[in-house]
Structure formats: structure tokens, C-alpha cells
Design a protein around this ligand. Structure first.
Ligand code: DGT
Ligand code: CA
Ligand code: CA
Length: 577
């Protein structure tokens, strides 16, 4: 039975593909696509919503609402099953391959009887794909690559997915009375993806039993006195370990890792004639007296190191800094004064401008309320006139909040030739221009590099959003000469966004470090499409912290006045009017 929004979204996604194969009209296909997108981005489970609530969501009409009702009682809906029965099951797997799309799948199926991934791979390897009209050599290569990569790809989970599950488990156990319980591993280090969830708890075998009885556990892989390994309902593995109170800090340190970081800590311990393991820090002579164990901070202290935040524990220079007490004060969520990039019901967001402002007013000193620009085929973006009139709406509503500032940003399309979607005279009137690529992601390397450099050196391109266009575990970064892109960015003092959408997190940590090393400023954004998603800014913050950013590196930490001033001065510096 599909239960989560993601699973339900995937049914609608598949439905839209089947409609396309079936030759249905474009509006029907788009309606399913839109529903799939909207549902995937909602926090509240659609199966728990009443019909009125469903209908109040943009992108969910009567038809979709009644399908959801059917899914709730039958696990599927009739129209979907009917259409599915017309095609072989392997065909949907083909559609999921990167960059192929339903239209090409239709050709492959109808003309060449290709109805499974294996048949497709065989066909592609024989070199037959490139001979088909509208396919070509590039697509043939990409089909082979994406099938083979998928086969090899170890299953990992997005940080966002794993964190939500871990918090549910911790909450449940806290309700049973377990006070000291935390997640460790790659999740605590805030990595973009995690292989499994590691949970540590002060307790004994009773805690293991309580955990195994919890409603989240699907299958027990192993169970001992001190550890259980299970598969959770979301298919993710979870290792649950119990410790005594005076071991907890040492365990937290050990199981947070990374492995390389642990090895370095142990070396330092050994040099000082100590023993460090998951139970504590001990003197390595005579009594083996324990000198630290309960408090993780104390372990670092006794090793003569500055405390190292989990996000930096990768043995990538943090130990050397900690020895000298030179770990910088990383930017913290409380330093963030405003968000710059989101979407409202003007384009593909779920909430009105007023709802967005009322929400942000509770959280920030200032914010830019955003939307897409023209021209896009998946959403009707704003033209210049609509931008100006909607900015007036933002400023009218923001009068409710005398001590806060709200302004209007626009995610401005970077066209295929690198020009922005507006003329210079228009751009200079726009409060905040966030340049972004959404289409023509597969230009050849030179063209793509030229296009992006042209956009980011435009004096009015105040921020470059999701530069690389990667989707974690789904889509590679755009093929560009990144050296050249960063070089141009340096020369023109470009500002890069760190986008917090859980599957984007774009820029990633290495690129952020690169930007910082060039002295460039960056800016975090949630890119929220609904109110719940404003929290996604914390995921962007994770990337920033892993890259060692401080308050001064991020424009979000400026006051509104200083932010506006920075943008104005930067436009001037970059040759704008
Ligand atoms: P993941 O789960 O692949 O995303 O990555 P981690 O880092 O969570 O790795 P995991 O779950 O295998 O182990 C959790 C932590 O336990 C790891 O970060 C460091 C520690 N650890 C595990 N195995 C070893 C080991 O053989 N040696 C050392 N020093 N530490 C280990
Ligand atoms: Ca792990
Ligand atoms: Ca583990």
C-alpha cells in the first residue's frame, strides 16, 4: 500500500507517463505531472487530508482528489490500473532512465518492441539507438551509462529523508522515557546522503527490545545485548546501540566518525599514552583510569584539541586547525536574518504572497519573496509588468510589519545564449535578480560554459541559483568547464546561491570551498514551494558549515540595509548603471 507522499507522487508521475504513451492530450499529462510535483513537496500526508483541504492546494483538482481517495482505500486507482494493464511492466522502468522521456520510450516500444531495461541495454550496445531518428549518439551513450550506473549504484538516502526518520524514532523513544538518545554517523555529520541511520541510546537490553517493538521497524537483521540492526519501513537500515551513561560521549564521538577522523583522534590519543575507544578515553598505564567518557567535548579537550563540530569531521584539515585552536566559528541558523528565494501561487508555489509574508515575518528580519520569470514551459512565469505589480503587492502587505522588510526577487531564466530573460533597462529596476538555468541542460561543454559565464558576468545577475543543476542520485552536474566558470565568477564578483531543496543542495561543499577561497560571497536559500519548505534553508546551511563558512561569508547574515547596499554596489562594480 502506498503510504507516503513520495509514493503517491510516484503513482501520479507514472500515470502522466502512461498518458503520454497512450497519446492523451497535453493538459491531462501536465495535470498528473503537476500533481506529482506538488504532492512530493508537501509535508503533510495527503492521505490524512479531507477533500476541502486537498482542493485548497494548487495543482490538486477534483479528479486528482478523487484518485487520492481511491488510493487511500485501494492502494491504487482504477484508471491507472486500466492503463497500466495495456503496457508491459518493464516500460515504466525505461521511462525512469535519465533523459529519455516518455515520447522516445513510445517510439522504442511501438517500433522496436523494447519493453524492458535489459532489452534496451542490449539494443543500445549493438549501436542501434543512434540510427533512430531523433535519438543520436549522445542519447545512446547516456542510455548505456545510466543503466550501468544504476546497476552499480549503492543505495543511499537523502539527508532529509533519513533525518526525519531518525527524529521520529528519537521522539518515540524519548516518550518511553529514554533521555539520552541521539543520531550519530553520517547523519550527524550532515552529509548530503547517508547509507544508514546510527542511533545511540543510554540504556540496556530493554531499550533494544523497545526499539525493535517500535512501529518503524520492518525487519530485524540482527539483535544482541548491545546492538540491533534493522530495516525501517522506509527501507533504510538503522543500527541501534546502547551504552552506559559514562560511555555515551565516547560512543557519540566514535560512531559520529568519520572513520578517517577517528583514526586521527586515536593516533593523537596514543601519542599522549592514552587509549581511545567507543567506551571512553583511558590512561594507558597502571590502572587504565578513565579520564573522559560521558561528555564528547571533554574527549577533545583531554586530547588537547579544540572541539570540532560534526560537520567538519572528515580528516580534511580540521584536526590540524583544532591542534592550533583555529577552528572558525561556523555560521549558525540563528545568524540568518532573511531568505531570498521562494515561490508563491503566482507561479508554482502552494501559498499566496500574503501567506508567505505572514509566515516569514515570524522568522526573519527581512526576506525576498520570489517567483519564476518567463519563459518556461512547466510554469507560467512572471513578465516584467507582472513582476512590478506583484512587487507592489509585496510592499503593501509588508506594511503590516513595521519593523520588518519584505521585497520581491525573481528567479530569472538564463536563456540558451546566456542572456537573461529581461532587458537591461528592466533588470536594473528589479530588486533582486536570481539568475537560473532550467532548460537546455545538455548543451555541449563549450556552449554551456559560455552561456553560464555570460549570465554570471551580467552586472544585474545579482545571484546565480543552483549553478550545477545536479539532482542528488538522479542527475549529474551540467557539463561545464568549472575552472573557467569560477575564474569568471572571481573576476566579476559573482554571488552563488546554496540551494536548500533536499535533492539539490547546489552548490555542494567542494564548490562552496572553492568560492570562499576566491573571496566570493554566497547566499543560502530555501527555494521553498510551500510554507513547510522554508525549513529547507537548514539543509543549505549544512553544506555551508561543512565547507567551513562563517557569518561573514553569507549575505543572509547582513541587515536588510546592508544587503541592499551590497547588491547596489556590486551592480556598480560590475559595470551596471
Ligand atoms: P554511511 O552510513 O555510509 O553514510 O556513513 P557512516 O559514517 O555513518 O558510516 P557507518 O554507519 O558505517 O559507521 C558509523 C561510524 O562508526 C563511522 O562514521 C565511524 C565509525 N566506524 C565504523 N566502522 C569503523 C571502523 O572500522 N573504524 C573506525 N575507526 N571507525 C568506524
Ligand atoms: Ca551510518
Ligand atoms: Ca551504521
Amino acid at each position: 500500500m502506498p503510504k507516503t507522499n513520495r509514493e503517491i507522487s510516484s503513482i501520479f508521475e507514472q500515470m502522466s507517463v502512461l498518458c503520454e504513451l497512450n497519446g492523451d492530450n497535453i493538459f491531462k499529462i501536465r495535470a498528473y505531472q503537476k500533481a506529482a510535483n506538488v504532492i512530493a513537496n508537501l509535508e503533510k500526508n495527503v492521505l490524512e487530508m479531507k477533500e476541502e483541504e486537498l482542493l485548497s492546494i494548487r495543482g490538486i483538482g477534483k479528479g486528482i482528489a478523487s484518485h487520492i481517495k481511491e488510493i487511500k482505500s485501494n492502494g491504487t486507482f482504477e484508471e491507472f490500473e486500466e492503463l497500466k494493464s495495456k503496457y508491459p511492466p518493464g516500460i515504466l522502468e525505461i521511462v525512469n532512465l535519465r533523459g529519455l522521456g516518455a515520447r522516445r520510450v513510445k517510439v522504442l516500444y511501438e517500433k522496436f518492441h523494447i519493453d524492458s531495461v535489459n532489452k534496451l541495454l542490449e539494443f543500445a550496445k549493438k549501436g542501434k539507438i543512434k540510427e533512430i531518428d531523433g535519438f543520436g549518439e549522445k542519447i545512446e551513450k547516456s542510455i548505456i551509462e545510466s543503466i550501468e550506473k544504476k546497476i552499480d549504484m549503492p543505495k543511499r538516502f537523502l539527508f532529509h529523508t533519513a533525518k526525519r526518520m531518525a527524529l521520529e524514532i528519537i521522539d518515540y523513544m524519548k516518550n518511553l522515557g529514554y533521555e539520552n538518545i541521539e543520531y550519530a554517523g553520517s547523519l550527524r555529520r550532515c552529509k548530503e546522503t547517508v547509507g544508514d541511520i546510527d542511533i545511540l541510546c543510554v540504556g540496556n537490553q530493554k531499550a533494544i527490545k523497545d526499539f525493535i517493538k517500535s512501529p518503524f521497524v520492518k525487519m530485524v537483521l540482527s539483535e544482541g545485548e548491545l546492538k540491533a540492526s534493522v530495516i525501517l519501513n522506509g527501507e533504510i537500515q538503522c543500527d541501534f546501540r546502547v551504552f552506559k551513561k559514562d560511555e555515551y560521549g565516547a560512543a557519540l564521538c566514535y560512531f559520529t566518525g568519520s572513520k578517517q577522523h577517528n583514526i586521527r583522534l586515536r593516533e593523537i590519543a596514543n601519542k599522549n599514552n592514552f587509549i581511545l575507544n567507543e567506551y571512553g578515553l583511558f590512561k594507558n598505564y597502571g590502572s587504565k583510569e578513565k579520564i573522559a567518557g560521558w561528555d564528547e567535548k571533554e574527549i577533545y579537550e583531554k586530547l588537547g584539541l579544540q572541539y570540532i563540530p560534526p560537520e567538519l569531521r572528515e580528516d580534511s584539515g580540521e584536526i590540524e586547525l583544532a591542534i592550533k585552536y583555529k577552528i572558525p566559528k561556523l555560521v549558525d541558523i540563528s545568524d540568518i536574518k532573511g531568505d531570498i528565494h521562494c515561490h508563491t501561487s503566482y507561479t508554482d508555489g502552494a501559498n499566496s504572497v500574503e501567506e508567505v509574508i505572514d509566515f516569514l515575518a515570524k522568522r526573519y528580519e527581512w526576506s525576498f519573496v520570489g517567483d519564476h520569470s518567463v519563459p518556461l514551459n512547466f510554469v507560467k512565469g512572471l513578465d516584467f509588468k507582472k513582476y512590478i505589480s506583484s512587487r507592489k503587492e509585496v510592499s503593501d502587505i509588508s506594511r503590516k510589519y513595521s519593523n520588518k522588510q519584505f521585497d520581491r526577487s525573481i528567479e530569472t531564466e538564463i536563456l540558451k545564449d546566456g542572456n537573461l530573460a529581461f532587458k537591461d533597462e528592466e533588470l536594473k529596476e528589479i530588486s533582486l535578480v536570481i539568475g537560473a538555468v532550467h532548460t537546455s541542460l545538455r548543451l555541449n561543454k563549450d556552449e554551456q560554459t559560455r552561456r553560464v559565464i555570460r549570465a554570471l558576468t551580467n552586472p544585474y545577475c545579482d545571484v546565480v541559483a543552483h549553478l550545477t543543476q545536479r539532482i542528488i542520485m538522479e542527475r549529474e552536474e551540467m557539463d561545464m568547464d568549472y575552472e573557467a566558470v569560477f575564474d569568471a565568477a572571481y573576476k566579476s564578483n559573482a554571488v552563488f546561491e546554496i540551494n536548500g531543496q533536499p535533492d539539490r543542495l547546489d552548490l555542494k561543499d567542494v564548490n562552496i570551498k572553492k568560492a570562499k577561497s576566491l573571496g566570493l560571497k554566497l547566499v543560502l536559500s530555501s527555494d521553498a514551494h510551500s510554507l513547510e519548505q522554508f525549513d529547507y534553508i537548514s539543509y543549505a546551511l549544512n553544506n555551508a558549515r561543512r565547507a567551513g563558512l562563517c557569518k561573514d561569508d553569507l549575505l543572509n547574515c547582513l541587515s536588510y540595509k546592508d544587503f541592499k547596499n551590497f547588491i547596489k554596489e556590486n551592480r556598480k562594480k560590475r559595470g551596471g548603471l
